[in-house]
Design a protein around this ligand. Structure first.
Ligand code: FUL
Ligand code: CA
Length: 682
């Protein structure tokens, strides 16, 4: 009897030190390559090839290799900037829709080998692969399936060509961490001189299964990116924002690259998605993907970049920020400055994890090896979880003193699947709990932002999930305030209002392009600005003396004298990008109220969540008397469907009192819509 007791005691003791059984995975789960990839979180895109020199977003395919001629190309500068900015890799446009390739491919003459750059001896893929290696970055390639140059595009022969080129890229340049297949494809193009429209069946034409096998064989560790994965999916927009609810699970068999309803129906992922295909949020640091001098002052500001950070990495997606490398072959100074500011601010925001100073208690834990300490050890591999049949899942953090904070970071242990569907953050106030913030999905990483909270005890409740929560980390941070430049809004009458982003800030401005200071003009009330003016504005904190970055506001002649024949068309001249005019006749005419010298026009496409009628091909006409019209410009708004930003068209100066913008084609074939039409007189 005595012996049996001893034995029992011994058995239970050894049982205590043994790790409890881990929870069973909730399918789907990531594979080892996807797990390694998700830890990268942040990497860069380089858009640099023919479009850089033709100053376009989408080349037609008839460009000449002679045009490709960077004067100071330095891939080491790109790699240095990327690594200093905290990026873990770089992906370059090896071939874009225009078909020009930046390595000496044996399969085409439309290549750097026929360009003046290095007398045709250069290999940009090789140079970048080497620079990445030197700076400890991973290297990836973007390859456009659509090829507006190739004569065989649309035929089976082209698929052989595409695979031959992929073989070159995937065998000659070392490890590739991501292969990026663009979803945009099919349409008009040069096609070896045929100059026609070629549509392909995006589902079957590319023989994706075989192409995927080829990549797997040559680069087993590479992530394959497309709208449909198979390894990483597009986030469904080009502003770099994932969703409040973002699943890594995707109904993968229901999607294919380039499908029209992808963004609306599939991009968020699905709770019951069948495969693990996490989201990657891609965005350019400027409005366009390619370099255009006219966007030098449109580089995204720190607040915009921070917004991207929190809406991508903070919402279970990786962040892919693009540099449109300039015609010199360098990342432009403005872009470097912007990305470094982001890197600094992110470091500041997450400098101190207050949670690591807290004592954690959990409603319960699963046993040995799954205790609450695991969420506070800054080790992703260790996690807290509860018994399979338990519903009670909360963690309390006691700081022992009052702390102030405004960020909550959560990470699920994704090798066991994405589970959480709802969670709540509370603070303790005199023995009662008050809700601070809440969220839905977590996934690899979720960050909530909220106004400053002061508390000494908080708790996180996991209120709904596909199964018990499995949590790797909880972080609590106090991100410093951001001094933002003022926001501006102009009315149709030319009245400009500047608003301060925070209480107690003062606004100063200049009109000569110089940097504003406390000695400049102080903004007190709305400004009446009828003429074309450029303002530079800044916010100042009178207490700390802190100053925001400055912002340039380009204003053309006010629209106060403008008139439209069709009543609803006022929506397109009301200086409000949120309102728009839908034209059955696919055009709109404006009486400027006076004769002006025009040097160009602008078109703002509809900005709604699910817009329609983007003009892709336009004709712009001008008239002195409103009777006899003359066409002054015609062309294409490239990539407008994926990146619906304001379009600028410049032309030879022309005098006009009446203008007319006509759509000869819209992206979806619906009637043309106009959020705003403007003129350029400067
Ligand atoms: C899009 C392309 O059409 C753009 O030009 C750019 O390359 C972007 C990353 O993907 O689909
Ligand atoms: Ca941990």
């Amino acid at each position: 009897m005595k012996n049996t007791l001893w034995l029992l005691l011994l058995v239970s003791l050894s049982f205590c030190t043994e790790k409890a059984t881990p929870p069973a995975p909730v399918l789907p789960i990531p594979n080892e390559h996807q797990i390694a990839w998700q830890e990268l979180e942040y990497y860069g895109f380089i858009h640099f090839n023919m479009n850089t020199f033709s100053d376009r977003e989408w080349g037609f395919g008839d460009e000449k290799p002679e045009m490709f001629n960077p004067s100071e190309l330095d891939t080491r500068q790109w790699a240095r900037v990327a690594s200093e900015a905290g990026m873990k890799g770089l992906i370059i446009t090896a071939k874009h829709h225009d078909g020009f390739v930046i390595w000496p491919s044996a399969y085409t003459e439309h290549s750097v080998k026929n360009s003046p750059w290095k007398d045709g001896q250069g290999d940009l893929i090789k140079e970048l692969a080497e620079a990445c290696k030197e700076y400890g970055l991973k290297f990836g390639i973007y390859y456009s399936p659509w090829d507006r140059n190739h004569p065989d595009y649309g035929k089976p022969e082209y698929i052989t060509y595409m695979r031959n080129q992929l073989k070159e890229l995937l065998t000659n340049y070392g490890d590739i961490f991501e292969v990026w297949f663009d979803g945009a494809n099919g349409g008009d193009g040069w096609y070896g001189g045929a100059n026609e429209t070629r549509t392909v069946d995006k589902f079957s034409y590319y023989g994706w299964d075989e192409t995927i096998d080829l990549v797997r064989e040559l680069q087993p560790g590479a992530m394959l990116f497309s709208d449909a994965g198979p390894d990483v999916r597009w986030v469904g927009n080009e502003h770099g924002f994932a969703y409040e609810t973002t699943w890594s699970n995707l109904m993968r068999d229901s999607v294919y690259a380039g499908m029209p309803e992808f963004s609306e129906k599939w991009a968020t992922g699905q709770e019951n998605g069948t495969h693990w295909v996490p989201a990657e949020a891609d965005v350019s640091i400027r409005p366009g993907w390619y370099y255009h001098k006219y966007e030098d002052h449109k580089v995204r500001t720190l607040p915009q970049l921070l917004e991207i950070y929190y809406n991508s990495i903070g919402r279970n997606a990786s962040m892919l920020i693009n540099f449109p490398v300039d015609t010199r072959g360098l990342i432009h100074e403005n872009d470097v400055e912007a990305i470094m500011k982001l890197a600094e601010k992110v470091k500041e925001d997450f400098a101190v994890n207050l949670a690591s100073q807290a004592v954690g208690t959990a409603s319960e834990d699963r046993g040995n090896g799954y205790e609450v300490e695991n969420v506070l050890d800054e080790d992703y591999e260790t996690y807290w979880t509860i018994a399979d049949d338990s519903k009670d899942a909360e963690i309390t953090l006691e700081f022992g003193k009052e702390i102030t904070f405004n960020r909550l970071l959560l990470q699920e242990y994704t090798p066991l699947g994405q589970r959480v569907k709802a969670f709540v953050l509370d603070k303790e106030v005199n023995g009662n709990w008050e809700k601070i913030a809440e969220g839905t999905t977590i996934g690899y990483k979720r960050i909530l932002r909220f106004p400053d909270v002061t508390a000494s005890t908080i708790r996180v409740r996991f209120t709904d999930g596909k199964d018990i929560p499995v949590i790797s980390e909880i972080g609590v941070y106090n991100a410093p305030k951001l001094l933002l430049p003022p926001k501006s809004k102009r009315t149709q009458n030319g009245e400009l209002t500047l608003t301060s982003p925070d209480d107690g800030l003062l606004i100063y401005y200049t009109t000569d392009g110089s940097e504003p200071s406390a000695e400049s003009q102080k903004y007190e009330s709305p400004l009446d600005l009828q003429q074309a003016t450029t303002l530079t504005v800044v916010s100042l904190d009178p207490i700390s003396g802190g100053k925001s970055e400055s912002k340039r506001i380009d204003l053309d002649v006010a629209k106060s004298k403008w008139n439209v024949a069709v009543k609803q068309a006022v929506k397109a001249i009301d200086e409000d990008n949120a309102t728009y005019f839908s034209s059955e006749k696919n055009e709109m005419t404006v009486d400027l109220g006076e004769t002006l010298s025009l040097k160009g026009f602008t078109y703002m496409p509809m900005q709604a969540r699910y817009p329609s009628g983007f003009i892709t091909n336009y004709i712009f006409e001008a008239s002195i008397d409103g009777k006899s019209w003359k066409s002054v410009a015609a062309g294409e708004f490239s990539n407008i469907a994926n990146n619906p930003i304001q379009q600028f068209v410049r032309f030879e100066e022309v005098k006009a009192r009446y203008i007319r913008l006509k759509a000869s084609k819209t992206a979806d074939g619906n009637v043309a819509t106009f959020a705003e039409v403007g003129i350029l007189t400067k």
